[in-house]
Design a protein around this ligand. Structure first.
Ligand code: IMP
Ligand code: MG
Length: 180
């Protein structure tokens, strides 16, 4: 795996430090609010970020899963997002925080936000570890952002290429000849 990596963009220590700041911001947002909080992580890219973030959040919460697939295997060109797993838990009348690895074109998050709004939640917010501001559309609101990055295809810390590299601990760029 290591030899496929061209360069590290964000080291795990930087991510850990930023996660602590994000958790403090998020905890302050929901502090003192008695309506329940449900986190909705978008599978599979958000799993590592979710696991680290929720253990820093001293907030009572439930988790409801949703899985959206955007990249047909072995490509860095997004296809049409389709729903692989419908929302697995109840969000009606609850505060919802959607968790995703990266905001790129915004199509994935737009679809998930629409799915959640249809179930009449108390509120809907979103946190993403990474955002590509060059592409992120203005109509997809995101409340908490870890890092803004250039318009590059990145892997690691949950992000994949053809379902590989999710376990690489840093956010990194692959050697270009590997990307088709
Ligand atoms: P969007 O729908 O274009 O915003 O893309 C969001 C989804 O595509 C994310 O949840 C990721 O799973 C995936 N994605 C977008 N950019 C990248 C990338 O640079 N590397 C790996 N996956 C990405
Ligand atoms: Mg994803």
């Amino acid at each position: 795996m290591e030899r496929d990596i061209a360069r590290i963009l964000i080291r795990r220590e930087q991510i850990e430090a930023r996660n602590r700041e994000l958790a403090a911001e998020i905890a302050a947002q929901y502090d003192g609010d008695d309506a329940g909080l449900t986190l909705v992580p978008i599978l599979s890219g958000s799993i590592i970020f979710l696991a680290d973030l929720i253990r820093l959040l001293p907030v009572k919460m439930k988790i409801a899963l949703v899985q959206i697939s955007t990249y047909p295997g072995g490509t860095t060109t997004p296809g049409d997002p389709h729903t692989v797993l419908e929302l697995s838990g109840d969000v009606t009348d609850r505060h919802v925080l959607v968790v995703d690895d990266i905001l790129d074109s915004g199509r994935t998050l737009r679809r998930v936000q629409a799915m959640i709004h249809a179930r009449r939640p108390r509120s809907v917010r979103a946190v993403v570890l990474l955002r590509k501001p060059a592409k992120a559309p203005p109509d997809v609101p995101v409340d908490f952002v870890g890092f803004d990055i250039d318009d590059l295809f990145v892997v690691g810390y949950g992000l994949d290429f053809n379902d590989h590299y999710r376990n690489y601990p840093h956010v990194a760029v692959l050697h270009p000849e590997l990307l088709t």
